[in-house]
Design a protein around this ligand. Sequence first.
Ligand code: GSH
Length: 207
Amino acid sequence: MFTVYGRANSINVRKVLWMLDEVGQPFERQDWGRGYRPTSEPEFKQRSIFGVVPVIDDDGFVLRESQTIVRYLASKYNRADLYPTQLQPRAVTESWMDWASTDLYSAARPVFHAMIVNAKDPATATAPADGVADWTKQMHRLDEQLSSHGPFLMGKAFTIADIPAGMVVNRWFSLKFDKPALPAVTAYYDRLALRPAFRTHGRNGTP
Ligand SMILES: N[C@@H](CCC(=O)N[C@@H](CS)C(=O)NCC(=O)O)C(=O)O
């Protein structure tokens, strides 16, 4: 039995759900986290003392950290096409994942929190200008990489490097604020949407 502990609207849980579908791993999911069962409950904390989602339980093997789980699944299914086994391309893949979950996501987070998590009414919430400026700077970097070395982050083919970035790109296009034209990112968002797993868990109407 493979169980995912975490609400399906969390960006970190969605990375894992996307990857589960990419590799075809059957799973069940339990709703934990903001708006659902609190992760402070002992039943959750015995799986992760940090009290954050996602956590997986693969036949008794418990693991936290969304990106580690994505890499675990790629390795479990021997998907060298998604996660290169050669040292250097593997390291570059990981560098894109790290960048997306640190610099890119950290820049997106204040805007998301202002417009959705902390907004009295998300329909009328406005984006904080300084947050938009920080996020836009990182999105320009993504656009530059995709236009010069794309169409995916590792070049010709989709890899797990695209999962954390793809989730932030979905958030970028899902939130309403003035954005510069980023042609390579726009094409990337459409290209990712050719993947059923991204349509189900990423570009599914949820920011
Ligand atoms: N580094 C962790 C971060 C996990 C995290 O911050 N999860 C958020 C949701 S995206 C969370 O659990 N928030 C508290 C909650 O939902 O109760 C990962 O990538 O798995």
